[in-house]
Each structure stands twice: as structure tokens, then as C-alpha cells.
Write a protein that binds this ligand. Structure first.
Ligand SMILES: Nc1ncnc2c1ncn2[C@@H]1O[C@H](COP(=O)(O)OP(=O)(O)O)[C@@H](O)[C@H]1O
Ligand SMILES: O=P(O)(O)OC[C@H]1O[C@](O)(COP(=O)(O)O)[C@@H](O)[C@@H]1O
Ligand SMILES: [Mg+2]
Length: 475
């Protein structure tokens, strides 16, 4: 067990001396003699024809699929899905859903599918929407949700429930859950939100309440570890193409033109070391092929001198007449002035300076003053446009399966878990696994090498950086 946040949340169980099941908590762990009921899905015409619809209680999914010969089989997570026995009767369920943190394509789809999953699969009628994030539990209104209310919300960006940063007060939130008689809590949000969810679960367990807490991980930055990728990420990468294409059209159409696009991707201030997430920039670049240079927080770069960015820009302008650069918002922050770096948002996330504007200015100054070379620079900042769109088809399917996993998990009495896709299989993962680390691009991995070979950009790395990053990746 490696979490410092909530060390008691996950249970490690050695199976046959062979692999380790990192299990999630269950209501029956702290409430004895809970009654169980047959899963109502067995009488549902849509599911009763499906052989083996119910997941065997012992099924698990390995965290690593590539293993060395004779190496350990490592950690497994509990497989998500409907169980034969449930711990709630439909009429007794009073569920609530909250969305927290920044926007991400697919939030509405997850909300819709939790409501419809509870209603259509389990016959649950009472589902409450919490308005405006965590603080909505104690400071805002609530709204009852049913399949009619949520019918077409997946076609809209944002979240119909509203969202916020800050405002997590565990006692007030759990008081509100208890006072309202809520017994299933669905919490959709990123790393900060899942930390908050872990605290809510701990307090619920301390009070001995029969309340299941399920997290659905949301992060447009794809910075949540363990899971294959987060919902909305595909949509964000796709939407970024429109900005990159526009930058390319502009760059191609004028002499010595630089198209610069900034996309989201920042680091977490919560982690002990500052880790970074340049996934959108990396995938958008790999998908596009018109990008000549991709700058991400994980790979430090420098501007002047041999092997620097300015030299590369000049080379591309001379060879090609134009260059397209994609930069993640968290990149190069160490090069910017320190003035704003100590400021944080309401959730404690570090506020970043606009690296796109800064880089634009530095490039213009360099070419006009030092090189006396006329250039054109078109800067496009599509960040909020990428975040505010509705999810695409594949994200909609992903959101649906995540929501259904969460519903099956809570009905089966699991609690204190996050749903996540691990090697294409849906799983239940203990909160601390999701919050203890941040996912980042590992620049000594094959994916970054693929990017470098597709853009032909300099790596900006010294031998020392490579050794340091290898150490990082192994931890
Ligand atoms: N360490 C923490 N403990 C408890 N709540 C937290 C923690 N970090 C963030 N939160 C709460 O989670 C919510 C969302 O966090 P934020 O960092 O803004 O977004 P995200 O969940 O997308 O990372 C906020 O209401 C914030 O107060
Ligand atoms: O301006 P806001 O709303 O604070 O959002 C900006 C941040 O939100 C994000 O899109 C997502 O962050 P979270 O996943 O922590 O909510 C970051 O990429 C970005 O830095
Ligand atoms: Mg976050």
C-alpha cells in the first residue's frame, strides 16, 4: 500500500500467492448482517438473454498486461459489472450526482447514463442532482433528475448540474447527505475531486452510514493514473485539430509565418513533486502531422543557442517558409517570471502564466531585434473551446459504460471506489490509487519517440535529463 492520503481505503489480498488483488471497500466491511436481494436485472428482458451477464465476484483485471517471463503477475483490480446479489432495494435508493472541477466533454453523458442506468436497469426513481459542485451540498439548490429531464443533455457541452472549484467541507457535505437520506453518492471529477470523495467516504464510514460513494474520473488533461484514458480526452484531441489546422492554413499562407497553438495540460500542485500532463498536445500533434514542434511540460526546452527553439524555428522557416508549434499550457513555466507562480485557484491548483502569449512575444522580439528577420506570427488559444464541446461518439460510449459500472458497483454494495478502464476492461479502483500520483507523458517512452520522429523537432534534452526521467518513470 502506497497512499499517504487515505492509507486505509484499499485492501490488499494475496491470491494463491500469485497476484495481489487491490480491492475496494464494501458496505459489509463496516455494517454487519446487511441483507442482500436478487439483482432485478435478471428479470429485465434486455439483460436476461445475455448469458453470463453477471460478473463473477472473483473476477479481476491485471494492472499490467505486459509481464516478463517468470516475473510477478502484479496488482489486479476488481472487475466492474453487475453482480447477482445487490445490497439495495430499488425503492429504498436515494441517489445523488455531483460534478466538480473544470469542464470536460462528456460530463452530461455521464450524468444522463447514471440517471438512466439507475432508472432502467434497477428501477430506482429518486436521483438528486447537486447544483454547482461540492459546495452545492450545503450552499445551493438541488434538482430531481429522471430520464425525461436528462434525455438530450449528452448533446450539450458543460454540465447541466454546474461545477465549481474549492468549497469542499467534509462535515457539511456528509451532514447534508445524512439529513437528506441519500444512500448512493456519484461524484464526477478530477484528481482534486477524487481526493474530496475519499474524505467523504472516510467520514461516512466513520459514522457507520449505509451510503455507497462512487467516483467517476474526469480529466481533460488525462492526468489521472492507472486508467487507460479519461473520458473527454478523445473529444479534446479531435477538437484541437480544428485549431491546429487553422494555424497551419494561416502559416502556409504568409511568408515566414509561425502558427502557434496553445492547448490545455497543466501540472498538479497537490503532488509532492511537480508532475505534468502534456497528453492533449502530444496526441493532437501525433494526430495532425502538420505540427513541426510540440512543447509539453514534461520535456523542458530552451529558446536561444545551439539546439534551442529559435534556431529550429529559423531552420524550418528557411526550409519551408512556415512552422506550426503546439504548446501545452504547463510547458516552459520555469522560464517565465516567478511573479504569478505562487498564486492558486480556489481548489489549490497553481495558476499558470500564459505561456502562449509569452512565447509569441519572445519569438517576435528575437526575430525582429536579434535576427532582423521579418516574420508573421499567428497565435491561437482554443483552450476553453476544446473543453466546452459535447463529447464525440466514442467518448459517449465510454461515458455510458463508466456510468453503468458505477451504478452496478454501488448497487452491489461497493463503496470508496473510482470506476476506470484498465486495458480495455472496466474496473473498480480504490481512491488512493487514483490520487497518489499523477499521470504524465514519459519522455523516455516510445510514444514521445514517435512524436519526435514525426515532427523532427530537437529533443532539447541533455544526457542528464534522460537519466532523471528514467528514474522518474520507474517510480
Ligand atoms: N485535497 C483535497 N481534499 C478535499 N477536496 C479537494 C482536494 N482537492 C480538491 N478538492 C475539491 O475538489 C473539487 C474539485 O477540485 P479541482 O482541483 O478544482 O478539480 P479536479 O477535481 O478536476 O482536479 C473542489 O471542490 C475542491 O475543493
Ligand atoms: O480556468 P479554469 O476553469 O480554472 O480551468 C483551467 C484548468 O482546467 C483544466 O482544463 C482541467 O483541470 P481540472 O481537471 O483540474 O479541473 C486544466 O487543463 C486547466 O488548467
Ligand atoms: Mg485537477
Amino acid at each position: 500500500m502506497s497512499s499517504s492520503d487515505s492509507p486505509e481505503i484499499s485492501k490488499l489480498e494475496i491470491i494463491d500467492g500469485d497476484y495481489v488483488l487491490e480491492d475496494v471497500p464494501h458496505l459489509s466491511d463496516y455494517i454487519p448482517d446487511l441483507p442482500t436481494y436478487p439483482n432485478p436485472l435478471q428479470d429485465n428482458p434486455a439483460y436476461s438473454v445475455v448469458k453470463q451477464y453477471f460478473v463473477h465476484v472473483d473476477d479481476s483485471v491485471p494492472q499490467k498486461v505486459v509481464v516478463h517471463k517468470d516475473g510477478p503477475r502484479g496488482i489486479h483490480f476488481r472487475r466492474a459489472g453487475a453482480r447477482q446479489k445487490v445490497y439495495f432495494q430499488p425503492d429504498d435508493v436515494h441517489a445523488c450526482i455531483v460534478t466538480c472541477g473544470g469542464l470536460c466533454p462528456g460530463l452530461n453523458t455521464v450524468v444522463r447514463e447514471i440517471v438512466c442506468g439507475l432508472h432502467h436497469m434497477y428501477g430506482v426513481k429518486k436521483v438528486l442532482g447537486i447544483d454547482g459542485g461540492y459546495k452545492g451540498f450545503y450552499a445551493k439548490n438541488t434538482v430531481y433528475l429522471n430520464p425525461k429531464v436528462v434525455n438530450d443533455i449528452h448533446k450539450r457541452g458543460g454540465t447541466i448540474l454546474g461545477t465549481s472549484r474549492g468549497g469542499h467541507d467534509t462535515t457539511k457535505i456528509v451532514d447534508s447527505i445524512q439529513d437528506r437520506g441519500i444512500n448512493q453518492v456519484y461524484i464526477i471529477g478530477g484528481d482534486g475531486t477524487q481526493r474530496g470523495a475519499a474524505l467523504i467516504f472516510e467520514e461516512i464510514r466513520r459514522r457507520g452510514l449505509k451510503v455507497s460513494v462512487a467516483g467517476i474520473p474526469k480529466t481533460i488533461d488525462n492526468d489521472i493514473p492507472v486508467i487507460d484514458k479519461s473520458f473527454g480526452f478523445d473529444t479534446a484531441v479531435e477538437e484541437a485539430q480544428r485549431a491546429i489546422n487553422a494555424a497551419h492554413v494561416e502559416a502556409e499562407s504568409s511568408d515566414n509565418c509561425i502558427g502557434l497553438v496553445k492547448v490545455m495540460g497543466r501540472y498538479s500542485v497537490q503532488s509532492k513533486r511537480n508532475l505534468w500532463a502534456g497528453f492533449i498536445a502530444m496526441h493532437a500533434t501525433l494526430a495532425n502531422r502538420d505540427v513541426d514542434c510540440c512543447l509539453i511540460p514534461e520535456s523542458p526546452f530552451y529558446l536561444e543557442g545551439s539546439g534551442g527553439l529559435f534556431e529550429y524555428i529559423e531552420k524550418r522557416l528557411k526550409e519551408n517558409g512556415h512552422i506550426v508549434i503546439v504548446i501545452a499550457e504547463g510547458a516552459g513555466q520555469e522560464l517565465l517570471s516567478e511573479s504569478i507562480q505562487s498564486m492558486t485557484d480556489a481548489s489549490g491548483n497553481k495558476l499558470l502564466q500564459d505561456v502562449g502569449l509569452w512565447l509569441s512575444q519572445r519569438i517576435k522580439e528575437y526575430f525582429s531585434k536579434q535576427r532582423k528577420m521579418p516574420i508573421n506570427l499567428k497565435y491561437i488559444d482554443p483552450t476553453y473551446m476544446i473543453r466546452a464541446v459535447p463529447s464525440n461518439a466514442s467518448d459517449n460510449v465510454y461515458c455510458t459504460l463508466l456510468a453503468q459500472s458505477a451504478v452496478h458497483g454501488t448497487m452491489a454494495g461497493y463503496t470508496g471506489f473510482t470506476c476506470g478502464l484498465v486495458h480495455g476492461r472496466h474496473t473498480y479502483i480504490p481512491f488512493n490509487r487514483i490520487t497518489e500520483k499523477q499521470n504524465k507523458v514519459v519522455i523516455t517512452d516510445r510514444m514521445w519517440a514517435r512524436l519526435l520522429s514525426s515532427t523532427n523537432q530537437p529533443s532539447f534534452l541533455s544526457a542528464k535529463d534522460i537519466v532523471e526521467d528514467k528514474t522518474d518513470a520507474g517510480q
